[in-house]
Design a protein around this ligand. Structure first.
Ligand SMILES: Cc1cc2nc3c(=O)[nH]c(=O)nc-3n(C[C@H](O)[C@H](O)[C@H](O)COP(=O)(O)O)c2cc1C
Ligand SMILES: [Mn+2]
Length: 484
């Protein structure tokens, strides 16, 4: 897709977009509507009449598995994931180590995926520099206890001062005033790393924030790529076409030409402000804390710009589906490192890090423990707090089935792995004075070696021939299809 408009048109043609012409407030009201829509599986909404603002507000564009797949240019996230794996020429899960190592350089330069620079683009139709004013944007205040309005769906473009390499990350930004933003990048995220690198030189970091453009860009900003891997290369691979960039107006940072809105500025090494509270995706308010401040030097936008945003809070919310896209897209990558992994569910209620359900093809004793430690050593999976391992026959996307297996297959003393490791910054239950805890539950069938030679009972499954016959004769018995 070329831009946000193409995506809006796609949603509209599928009956998945509602245009709201009634006047609504950016203060709490749109947030409440967005929460209800996502909870009920409702459509995305384009608010065309936001009190006190010219610009329409888009929410919920990514708020289902189907819309998320459309955002990435396909119909189904698993199909997109296997296509991506093929384009990256990921080695098969059972490939040897040498083949996997040989694949690494290939992953870094996929032909034709690097962004290209163009001279101008629609994001520069209107340019404000000295008269730039964030208060002209319909930025939402989402929850009653929030410290103010927050930009929640921005792609934050930064660079490493030494190599010039780009990073795109999604970090929320609190509006402190007409030209001041709080930069809530977690200390371990690449935007924070780039900021520290500029600060160590005593220099302010140039930053640009893009809103909109191809929806792939919004997703790419949330993708957990290793430091140094340009999110725009991932976007280029997913689109099958390079991202088009335009140079900065007031800072040397390029941004997508087809964005709706661009905010430029600098973040000085020594200026901080108290950010928050913010009603976060944990379902709780994150308390106020000190973060760097961006001084805005320009706001540019399309003549008829649309402001895209999202509302986070107690699940289910739109960001859960961005996380689901990562779960699907990165599963083939996880399998190149932990080949016995069959499927993975980061359930919506687990809010990214609290719960992971993983199924494995188990071939040897204590393998579930190996998988736990491997996942706890893998990128952002390191923050997983509760990790349940089940056999490949279990549908990890059915939480009730997973809990049934935990109850049936796990012994509370033998099968729990209690250990420590890093916690998500937002985990308010993590102890501040010692390493945060982690719990792994081995709910796989036990091999004789794991249980002193005792045989493990077989699960009950229907006779396949009879099941087939009953399915065929269902109507003949006088039952309706929905009664099966
Ligand atoms: C809606 C939404 C809001 C987010 N807000 C933040 C945030 O405020 N701070 C942060 O560090 N990460 C936030 N994230 C997560 C990061 O975008 C994500 O971890 C990303 O991989 C970071 O990229 P980076 O490693 O290049 O910095 C948010 C994600 C989503 C989907
Ligand atoms: Mn990154």
């Amino acid at each position: 897709m070329k831009d946000l408009r193409s995506f809006i048109a796609r949603l509209a043609s599928a009956g998945q977009l509602r245009r709201v012409t009634a006047e609504v407030s950016a203060n709490l009201e749109i947030g409440e509507i967005a929460s209800r829509l996502v909870a009920s599986g409702g459509p995305a909404a384009l608010f065309e009449n936001v009190a006190g603002h010219q610009m329409p507000v888009l929410v919920g564009a990514f708020a289902s598995m189907q819309r998320m797949a459309w955002a990435l240019g396909g119909d189904d996230l698993d199909a997109i994931a296997s296509d991506l794996g093929a384009r990256l020429r990921l080695p098969a899960a059972d490939a040897g180590l040498i083949e996997k190592l040989k694949a690494a350089p290939r992953l870094l330069k996929v032909a034709g995926a690097a962004p290209k620079t163009v001279r101008s683009g629609p994001c520069r139709e209107v340019i404000h520099t000295d008269d730039a004013d964030l208060e002209h944007l319909p930025i939402l205040t989402c929850w009653p206890g929030d410290g103010g309005p927050f930009i929640t769906l921005g792609q934050v473009y930064t660079t490493d001062p030494a190599s010039g390499s780009r990073n795109v990350g999604m970090y929320r930004m609190q509006v402190f005033g007409p030209r001041r933003l709080g930069m809530h990048w977690h200390r371990d995220h690449d935007g924070a790393r780039n900021f520290r690198a500029w600060a160590e030189r005593g220099e302010a970091m140039p930053v640009a924030v893009a809103l909109g453009g191809d929806p792939v860009l919004t997703y790419a900003a949330t993708a957990p790529l290793p430091l140094g891997f340009d999110e725009l290369v991932l976007a280029g691979i997913l689109r099958g076409d390079p991202v088009r960039l335009v140079g900065g107006v007031t800072v040397p940072v390029a941004v997508p030409a087809d964005a709706e809105i661009v905010i430029e500025g600098t973040v000085a090494p020594d200026e901080t402000a108290v950010e928050g509270p913010f009603g976060d995706h944990t379902g709780y308010y994150t308390p106020p804390d000190t973060y760097p401040v961006m001084r805005v030097t320009a706001v540019t936008h399309r003549a008829d710009a649309i402001y895209p945003t999202t509302v986070v809070g107690r699940f289910p919310k739109e960001d859960c589906y961005l996380a689901k896209a990562t779960e699907r897209l990165f599963l083939p990558v996880i399998r190149t490192v932990v080949p016995e992994v069959v499927d993975l569910n980061l359930p919506l209620f687990g809010v990214f890090h609290n719960w992971a359900f993983v199924s494995i093809r188990k071939t040897h004793p204590w393998q579930a423990r190996k998988v736990m430690h491997a996942l706890w050593g893998l990128g952002q999976m390191a923050c997983t707090k509760f990790l349940v391992v089940v056999d490949e026959t279990v549908n990890v996307h059915d939480a009730e089935e997973v809990l049934w297996r935990v109850g049936a297959e796990a012994d509370p003393q033998r099968d729990l792995v209690v250990t420590t490791g890093p916690a998500d910054v937002l985990d308010h239950a993590a102890p501040p004075d010692r390493p945060p805890g982690k719990l792994g539950i081995d709910a796989t069938r036990k091999h004789p070696e794991e249980v002193g030679g005792r045989p493990w009972p077989d699960p009950i499954v229907p006779d396949p021939e009879v099941a087939d016959r009953v399915a065929r004769r269902w109507k003949e018995y006088g039952f309706d299809d929905h009664e099966t």
